[in-house]
Design a protein around this ligand. Structure first.
Ligand SMILES: *Cc1c(COP(=O)(O)O)cnc(C)c1O
Length: 423
């Protein structure tokens, strides 16, 4: 089926109630028939549900639907995108291991990598930039995964994913791709070789700024068994789950199965059924919302580019954007509705625009129907040192917009008035 159809029907067949909307199964647990049934479900031998921290029927529809859109074999939904980031890493890495990452990352992901993982004994080796050879240069014997955002938030860089996957696979290392910004409607990382895809569903998928959620999707293709010394958690008997060997016992989706039975079961960031329901509502209209987001973003970007007070605009739809060629290739000729720009007068002028808008909401989110403005250096990325900021591609003057679904003329009028305040 096509994406538009999957977004509405994927992963759901009405049961005996014939409910058309996916029901909210607001229940912590499910009644076992008897001890054998309980055992079979808990060992994952029989499909079924037992406890909400591990699985739930409403959440399961969301998992199947996003997994179908991404072309993976199984997914695990979690409470936030950040929970997806941390679980995706801790599912493979432990003390003494290292993660290789591009530097252009979402703020909380950057600080997690730079300052939290090292305290757990996990070294993060940042590549100098997002080029495949820069990434290859920092992979070593202890590297267990390469991490990138397919389109960086807020840097707006597009990864040459096929080339990054090629250099990682060449060294026997899987690639974890955060596909939050383009969504599977614009980019399907698994088709380009990604082994694990994660999302913050809080952004475009939810689409209305109401609900947090995340997901981890297993492509089911990484050959864990070819590297038994490197991926012990995937190939050796797991004492925390009665000795299963994930890569042998769950060959279709060993990584996602381990996330569910170790990550979610033992650390607990489960998604609530009600949030899964709201995220499903968002997903249904994602295919019609994205083109409008993009058209509005283009109108706003063109206005900004022509404005005398604007120093620069970074929008993926402009041919002079350094990532234009990669956007053409990976986003099927589309642009995302996130853009950055700077006002003449630098950081102070940028903050004045931020303070002066009336229609754009000043907040930390993106992908909402409402247009949003952030000044990353003083908000999402304020915990970063000046060196970290530069490394992550954030300049002090950078203003980021997430262009929503209002009429573009109203958005332009708002920005025009705010820019006049900088004069
Ligand atoms: C927002 C975001 C996250 C974190 O997601 P939350 O749902 O806010 O926890 C991770 N990665 C990217 C690219 C994001 O934009």
């Amino acid at each position: 089926m096509h994406d538009e159809t999957l977004a509405i029907h994927g992963g759901y067949s009405p049961g005996s109630t014939r409910a058309v909307a996916v029901p909210i199964y607001q229940t912590v647990a499910h009644d076992f028939i008897d001890a054998d049934h309980a055992g079979a479900i808990m060992d994952l031998e029989t499909p079924g549900f037992h406890y909400n921290r591990i699985n739930n029927p409403t959440v399961s529809v969301l998992e199947h639907r996003v997994t179908a859109l991404e072309g993976g074999t199984a997914g695990l939904a979690v409470s936030t995108g950040s929970a997806a980031v941390s679980m995706s890493i801790l599912n493979l890495l432990g003390v003494g291991d290292n993660l290789v990452s591009v530097p252009q990352l979402y703020g909380a992901t950057y600080t997690y990598f730079a300052h939290v993982l090292p305290r757990l004994g996990i070294d993060v080796r940042f590549a100098t930039d997002d080029r495949p050879d820069s990434i290859a240069a920092v992979i070593d014997e202890r590297t267990k995964a390469v991490f990138c955002e397919t389109v960086g938030n807020p840097a707006g860089n597009v990864i040459d994913l096929a080339a990054v996957c090629a250099v990682a696979h060449d060294r026997g290392v899987p690639v974890i791709a955060d596909n939050t910004v383009p969504t599977p409607l614009l980019l399907k990382p698994i088709r380009h070789g990604a082994d694990i895809v994660i999302h913050s569903l809080t952004k475009f998928v939810g689409g209305h700024g109401t609900t947090m959620g995340g997901i981890i999707i297993d492509a089911g293709t990484f050959p864990w068994r070819d590297h038994p010394d490197r991926f012990r958690s995937m190939v050796e008997p797991e004492p925390a789950f009665h000795g299963v060997r994930y890569a042998h016992d769950f060959p279709d989706a060993p990584y996602a199965t381990r996330c569910r039975t170790i990550g979610s079961r033992n650390t607990g960031p489960a998604l609530s059924p009600f949030n899964a329901f709201l995220l499903l509502q968002g997903l249904e209209t994602l295919p019609v919302r994205l083109p409008r987001h993009e058209a509005n973003a283009r109108a706003v970007a063109e206005f900004l580019a022509a404005h005398p007070r604007v120093a620069w605009v970074s929008f993926l739809g402009f041919p002079d954007n350094p990532y234009y060629e990669l956007a053409q290739r990976y986003l099927r000729g589309h642009a995302v509705s996130i853009m950055t720009f700077a006002v003449r007068g630098g950081r102070e002028a940028g903050i004045r625009v931020f303070n002066s808008v009336r229609l754009f909401k000043r907040l930390l989110n993106m992908g909402d129907a409402k247009s949003l403005i952030t000044h990353p250096a003083s908000t999402t990325h304020r915990q970063l040192t000046p060196t970290d900021l530069e490394h992550a591609g954030i300049t002090p003057d950078m203003v980021r917009l997430s262009v929503g679904l209002e009429h573009p003329d109203d958005l332009i009028e708002d920005l025009d008035r705010a820019l006049a305040a900088t004069g």
